[in-house]
Design a protein around this ligand. Structure first.
Ligand code: ATP
Ligand code: MG
Length: 252
């Protein structure tokens, strides 16, 4: 199995707008692939289709060789797909460790809030969730903030906590939606190292990002969308010098 995920001719419209227009590409097993494109290109919509938060109009997606057609979001998480969100979704009333533990419960729920509202009271299960979550915090080197609440930690840490929550379900494919948005330079450098360390564990990564330095430094391959369509794909060096890509970013 050389492809971890294969996206074939995916289309999705909202009213008259084709948010995703006949997009196809795949992520190889063990690859870091970047998905870039100007605002409104359809990147997040594609993530929402991949993770079954939105239904597609047409096309097909297979994950680890199986069509995702019959699966719900939480079932995909169990199969080894997890994601972070463009807008940080941390629960302010829970500390960092508890927020990360939600990643465990999302296994059974479709979103963070549902997971929060239905936290099980089973002690053995809680211990297991706590142990795994703490292990992930240590792996990301943020175990020092485990007892802090989201409003007590810098923005860069919040992004790492979101990533920790996505890792708790032990994904084989991690989807990151603009993890560097709002980060300063040193936080972005730390994020880059973190992405590599996750990748070294054998996790394939699909990364939506506007920070071109980060994209060019960490991805093996880049796919570019503009106005719903895929306009280019290739190694970072090729994408950097592609006229179609330059036009999409600067030509309007
Ligand atoms: N739930 C929705 N209902 C209606 N239109 C939507 C919805 N979600 C996205 N869109 C529209 O689809 C298009 C693509 O949006 P999307 O959020 O996927 O872009 P994006 O590439 O992630 O942009 P950004 O870089 O700004 O996050 C936009 O025109 C957007 O307004
Ligand atoms: Mg987006």
């Amino acid at each position: 199995m050389d492809k971890i995920i294969s996206i074939d001719s995916i289309t999705k419209s909202f009213g008259g707008i084709k948010a995703v227009d006949n997009v196809s590409f795949f992520v190889k097993n063990g690859e870091i692939k970047a998905l870039i494109g100007p605002n409104g290109a359809g990147k997040t919509t594609l993530f929402n289709i991949i993770t079954k938060l939105y239904t597609k109009d047409s096309g097909s997606i297979s994950f680890m060789g199986n069509s995702i057609e019959k699966y719900k979001s939480y079932e995909l998480i169990k199969l080894g797909m997890s994601r972070t969100f463009q807008n940080i979704q941390l629960i302010n009333d829970l500390n960092v460790l508890e927020n990360v533990m939600l990643g465990y419960h999302i296994n059974m729920k479709s979103n963070v809030l549902d997971a929060f509202l239905s936290l099980p009271k089973n002690k053995k299960y809680e211990k297991e969730a706590e142990k795994t979550s703490y292990y992930i915090l240590r792996f990301l080197k943020i175990d020092n903030i485990e007892k802090k609440y989201p409003n007590e930690i810098p923005f860069g840490y919040k992004r790492l906590v979101e990533i920790a929550r996505a890792l708790v379900s032990k994904p084989k494919l991690l989807l990151l939606d603009e993890p560097a948005a709002g980060l300063n330079e040193s936080e972005t450098n730390r994020l880059l190292k973190t992405i590599f360390r996750i990748w070294e564990q054998g996790v394939s990564i699909l990364l939506i990002e506007h920070d071109m330095n980060l994209v060019m430094n960490c991805s093996h391959s880049v796919v570019v969308m503009d106005e719903g369509r895929k306009i280019a794909e290739g190694p970072p060096s090729y994408i950097q010098n592609n006229d179609e890509v330059k036009r999409a970013y600067f030509g309007k």
